[in-house]
Each structure stands twice: as C-alpha cells, then as structure tokens.
Design a protein around this ligand. Sequence first.
Ligand SMILES: NC(=O)c1ccc[n+]([C@@H]2O[C@H](COP(=O)([O-])OP(=O)(O)OC[C@H]3O[C@@H](n4cnc5c(N)ncnc54)[C@H](O)[C@@H]3O)[C@@H](O)[C@H]2O)c1
Length: 336
Amino acid sequence: MNSILVTGGAGFIGSNLVEYLVDKYPDYKIVVVDSLTYAGDVENLDSVKNSKNFTFVNGDICDRDLMERVFQHYIVHGVIHLAAESHVDNSISGPGIFIETNVKGTFTLIDVAYKYWMEKPFVFKSGFENSRFLHVSTDEVYGTLGETGLFTETTPYAPNSPYSASKASSDLIVRSYFHTYGMNTVITNCSNNYGPNQHDEKLIPTVIRKALAGEAIPIYGDGKNIRDWLYVTDHCLGIDLAFHNGKGGEVYNIGGKNERDNNYIANKICELLDTLVPKEESYKDQITYVEDRAGHDYRYAIDASKIENELGWQAAENFETGILKTVEWYIKKYKG
Ligand SMILES: NC(=O)c1ccc[n+]([C@@H]2O[C@H](COP(=O)([O-])OP(=O)(O)OC[C@H]3O[C@@H](n4cnc5c(N)ncnc54)[C@H](O)[C@@H]3O)[C@@H](O)[C@H]2O)c1
C-alpha cells in the first residue's frame, strides 16, 4: 500500500481532498500532517477518521525531525502539499508566520522528500522512481488583472500581498527542486475556492454567518473586486488529475470560469437565504460597505485550458449550483 502524505489535511481544501482520496483510492494510505492552527480542525476529518487507509499526525511541516520520521515510518511515496497560512488579511497584520510556514515549511518538506526519495540529483532510490511532490498554490502569485485578460501558466509572477509573495516563493523553491535535483514535482495554481469546511473568516462563510446572525454583512470597498470562484471538489479533482497524470516539472492552472464580484456574491447569498430561511426583511438590507483591504487586488481570472486539454479536467459545478450547496451546508452549521 503506497502512503501519500497530505499536509494541511485538517483545513478547508485539505479535508475535502482527504475525504475524496480516502474514498477513491482504498489502496493508498492517506497520511495527514497538520499542526491544527486556528484554521485547522480535526472535526473536518470526522467522515474518514475510522477508515483503515487514513492516519492523522498532529505536526508542523517546519519540524524537520518530525517530517523525517513521518517519511520513514509511513514509507511516504508521494506528497500533496497544502499546509499553509492562507488568509490575505492575516498576512497584512502579521506577515511573519506566512514566511515561516509557507516558505520555510515548504522548503523543509521538499528537502526531506528529496533526501528520502533520491540518492543524488536526478537519481531516484529504488522503489521511489515514481514518487511525486505536488505543491498546491494559488492564482494570487500572478498579481492582479484589469478588466480583461486571464492568468495562464506563463503569466509572470507579480504577487502583491505578503500571502501571495510567500506562496510565490514556495512555488519557486519547488520549481528549483525540479530543475536542480530532478525531483518529480507538479505545481497547481488555483483560483478562489468555496464550499463546506471553509474557515469562518473567509468571505462566503462570513456573509452567511453575519446574515443569519442579523449582523452587518461587511463588504470591502465598493464590492467590485472580482474572483474566479471554484467549488472545492472541482479543485480536488484537478489536484487528483495533476498528481496522477500531470507531467513532471509542469504547472497547471485550475479555475472555474466563474468570475463574480463581491457584490454579486453577497446579493446571491442573501437571495438564497431569503428563500431558505425567510424573515420579514431581506438579508440584503444587512450588506454594509467597510474600508477596503490594503493593496486589494482588483481581479483574478484563470485560463484553465491546459489542464482541460491535457488532463481532461472539467468543473462539475458552476457558481450558481455550488453556492446553493454551500449555503445549505452553512445553514446547518450555523443554525444546527
Ligand atoms: N482557499 C482558497 O481559495 C485557495 C485557492 C488556491 C490555493 N489555495 C491553497 O490551498 C492550500 C489550502 O488552503 P485552505 O484554504 O484549505 O487553507 P486553510 O487555512 O483552510 O488550511 C490550512 C491548513 O494547514 C494547516 N497548517 C498551517 N500551518 C501549518 C504547519 N506549519 N504545519 C502543518 N500544518 C499547518 C492548518 O492547521 C490548516 O489545517 C493552501 O496552500 C492555499 O495557499 C487555497
């Protein structure tokens, strides 16, 4: 049984991915390493905790000794690396931990994998010839777009926030391990995700939570910032395809062709809540504009044609189908 190490598996995307992998690949042992920061929650893994092919290790990817022990103990054959500090606002108020986890943590992890899988540059140890390191990253590394254009895999990096700069740095470290040591790496750069298990601090859970609590729904600036929204399980499928069928050393952009601005999102969620949990006034009355995020990128949008054409990836959800499922899930979470 091959062991696949999934870092950050107790977080939003990680927990959805682990559920997907445990179910789809009964012959893999899925080993999650997560240090359970404020953003991680073991309860996100409740659905898999009793599965025979799942193990949880409470640990920090920056802890080299621990990472070495995990690789040795579980005979790790592949890595899907998601552990990160992920919230842009937190990176503005406290950038240090973003450098620590996203840059140093990624370096520690890939260096441990390199030494465990390879004799020397371009020579794999016996039994690890197919060992792959997949690094999950973000479209934010490309900076911001104007009204038109899409990010492709060749768009120059131009990160604008401490978060995106730390992710861009980690992408470049992974790239260097492919070119210098011949490691089998793949990087995926995905647009904004939404769906079950996302932390309360992020936009969509915040809109739903504040709406249901009867509080002001805060929207940054004029609400016209645009993101390309992808339902989380569509991202998991993209990671799966890139991990199993992607070409070593390549980058794959993943995005849903579902550009929506924050005004649309807040209004759409309020309309759904007006139907699903009606009250006298529309939830839209609670929408409030607050001071904009410092350095707020205007627009992100992904050209996903490479992963579509080369790996056959296709999003199953569009924003309207995905947001309905999401709102229903958070109503249960927040209202019981
Ligand atoms: N959420 C998005 O829209 C999005 C889009 C594209 C890419 N990504 C990337 O996907 C990955 C997962 O994002 P997410 O939204 O699920 O994040 P998240 O914040 O929900 O989860 C991150 C997880 O990593 C864990 N973690 C943090 N520091 C750690 C450390 N030092 N050692 C071990 N575990 C640690 C946390 O406990 C948490 O469980 C990140 O790398 C992020 O950059 C996210």
